[in-house]
Design a protein around this ligand. Sequence first.
Ligand SMILES: Nc1nc2c(c(=O)[nH]1)N[C@H]1C(S)=C(S)[C@@H](COP(=O)(O)OP(=O)(O)OC[C@H]3O[C@@H](n4cnc5c(=O)[nH]c(N)nc54)[C@H](O)[C@@H]3O)O[C@H]1N2
Ligand SMILES: Nc1nc2c(c(=O)[nH]1)N[C@H]1C(S)=C(S)[C@@H](COP(=O)(O)OP(=O)(O)OC[C@H]3O[C@@H](n4cnc5c(=O)[nH]c(N)nc54)[C@H](O)[C@@H]3O)O[C@H]1N2
Ligand SMILES: [Mo]
Length: 764
Amino acid sequence: MQGDQNPVKFTGLKLTKPKTAAAGVPAVYYSMKQVFEEANIFRGMKALLKMNQKGGFDCPSCAWPDPDDDRSPIGEYCENGAKALADEATTKRLTPDFFATHSIAALGELSDYEIGKKGRIAQPMYLAPGATHYTPLSWQAAYDKVAQHLQSLDSPNEAVFYTSGRTSNEAAFLYQLMVREYGTNNLPDCSNMCHESSGVALGEAVGIGKGSVKLEDFYDTEVIIILGQNPGTNHPRMLTALQKAKANGACIIAVNPLPETGLLGFMNPQTVSGWLHRPTHLADIFLQVKINGDMALLKAISLLLLEAEEQQPGRIFDQQFIARKTDGYTAYLQHLRQQDFHQLVKASGVPEEKVREAAKALMHKHKIIACWAMGLTQHKNAVDTIREVVNLLLLKGSIGKPGAGTCPVRGHSNVQGDRTMGIYEQPAPALLDKLQEVYGFQPPREHGYDVVHAIQAMHRGDAKVFFAMGGNFLSATPDTEFTAAALRNCRLTVHVSTKLNRSHVVHGQEALILPCFGRSDKDIQQGEAQFVTCENSMGVIQSSKGVLQPVSDDLRSEPQIICELAQTLFREKSATPWGQYMQHYDHIRNDIEKVIPGFDNYNVRVRQPGGFYLPNGSRVGQFNTLSGKAGFNVADPDIITLDEGEYIMMTIRSHDQFNTTIYGLDDRYRGIYHERRVILMNEKDLQKAGLKAGDVVDLYNTFEGVERVARGFITVAYDIPETCTATYFPETNVLVPVKSVAAKSNTPTSKMVIITIKPSAIKR
Ligand SMILES: Nc1nc2c(c(=O)[nH]1)N[C@H]1C(S)=C(S)[C@@H](COP(=O)(O)OP(=O)(O)OC[C@H]3O[C@@H](n4cnc5c(=O)[nH]c(N)nc54)[C@H](O)[C@@H]3O)O[C@H]1N2
Ligand SMILES: Nc1nc2c(c(=O)[nH]1)N[C@H]1C(S)=C(S)[C@@H](COP(=O)(O)OP(=O)(O)OC[C@H]3O[C@@H](n4cnc5c(=O)[nH]c(N)nc54)[C@H](O)[C@@H]3O)O[C@H]1N2
Ligand SMILES: [Mo]
């Protein structure tokens, strides 16, 4: 329907050669430009100087950690962190006038880029049944509406409570508490679409669903393997760590279908050589896999290592570690021996000599770090692929000691913390027992809906109220048309948001937008400035205290919104001290300490500069699995056969976006400017299909008999393996089938969409 998707409007594609090194002076220029355009110089500088500093606020962008020791006084942030800040710190605001002059239909005509540029939402807004425009309402009236709807449901399981990963620990804890006190575990979150596969794989293999390394391990390692990750764009501060690792002698192996600029080279803008345009070459070995060729590649490498181990027993594998700390080794070797090396190499798409080169680089090394992100997690066999990464580390004894381990690089800045706080549709009984002990109510025990199940439930009409703590559910989830129908099927959709997005435009019978503070906003309660806390990708809990004057007096903090809603919803029936919690967030932290393990003395320790590490068994070689050992996994590679004319499409991020927030229209490192409606294809595939670069095409997916189409994409000839293609998310989410998910983690397979391509009737 109209408004569900970005309108097909071309913006004027320009192409250059992809860059060979990331960051450097242009990155500094672009970050300053964006911040000052949106926020003015004073406000912009004030915020930039406090971002990621001890005692400052946590960058709202990615979850890469800050250095434990000294931080750069001139700026501990990257270009894309600055863009995230600019987006949030903008002084533009959406007043009731804006909503009075922009109907829902008119807003739906805007692209995501245009919607995002409109400014911060400045007061609560309500859309009445059948209305064409949002109108302002008071906070209490908004809480009353939500409470009325929730109370009218036949069962609490008819409501869904989504979370996106910017929500602080304090807000996340209160949110899951309110939702469970209300009576459901329907707590889907963005993690379901993101690193869920990593959590499942690591939980099975090493007993904790988080990575094991600290930042300092990067400075003391021999080999870093980076699979399915584009750090130059998505985790730019990781490049500083990689540069330091290289300086200390580490070898970097990059595994990716694309020669991503940030993997190849880096000009550190904080060093003189970076300013002089002298890049550090990062990847020593670049393995250009086919999409989803990783498991075959990893097995081929392990097979070469096994051959060498058989010739020099005990020299290649860490037999002592294997014997003491792992189980399943014999079965794994047996499985490995049955594999055909040449078939594996072929399935990986990597030339044999490159596979041998990588195996050689790993052969005599025992301090190995493996990093990965969405290129591994969003596949059907994602959990098994990640377990194959772990298999390799286990063979080398490379988990649980300095300079070695697992590093799933998280996305949203507090997505890991939200899970630690209990945002999970499948809560562990221990968490529920604790909630019961501390709060005295009976938490629901039945598992709830994750993202995919929530969409299906709303579509069937089994879920009737949708509440989102942040995020952009419509655009971030798969199968846009299906999800839009699901949301429209709801009686009420509610979004606690900072910025306007498409999920506000595709709504239930009634809809609410509740505007909240962002990370950089000053949060004052009872006259005292509050801080919240976040957990980064390496398990460090730190405080985050905003510094900017909020753009409107009518914004509230996420904790305050939850507490006030809970008070309205439960009235005197709740024994939970909601009133106290919102007066001072120390009260929330005192109770988190009672419920969640690892937070002893929370309020004291989090006030220490730099915060504290949460306990993590796998970091110290203690594996909290049933057997107490780390497990090898046996699984066959998933070899995909394509019919003639079929391609695999991965949906990826451009350099100018944060998920569904589109900062700009350029993908600078890949040399693609001023256009997002592109499909990257191998030159030979273009020829075979009778197409040429610059043609406009329509993309089709058929899954279980349902055809989906995304119209109007310009072909770009690119260095990508044959039959592989790439497009930007969210424009092509319409093609990702809601039922195509990863085994065990139920994550949509956003990197593995089978498509066909036809010339389009649309002209450029
Ligand atoms: N600036 C910015 N920062 C961000 C975000 C953002 O949108 N913008 N998003 C945040 C979030 S929520 C997340 S989860 C992370 C995402 O960080 P990434 O995972 O780096 O993001 P993607 O763009 O999805 O990139 C996936 C990479 O995997 C590669 N890839 C795709 N399929 C395969 C495969 O089958 N095998 C291998 N080996 N590689 C593959 C792609 O070529 C691409 O380089 O970034 C976070 N940080
Ligand atoms: N095809 C495809 N789909 C994907 C992916 C992919 O690679 N390909 N990646 C997936 C991944 S990894 C993720 S994590 C999801 C992301 O899914 P989401 O987290 O749902 O999406 P975002 O775009 O990050 O959400 C942006 C919105 O969050 C709100 N917001 C920003 N800051 C705050 C805040 O501090 N508080 C509150 N309450 N709201 C705030 C703003 O209104 C903004 O419009 O998308 C997934 N979808
Ligand atoms: Mo993510």
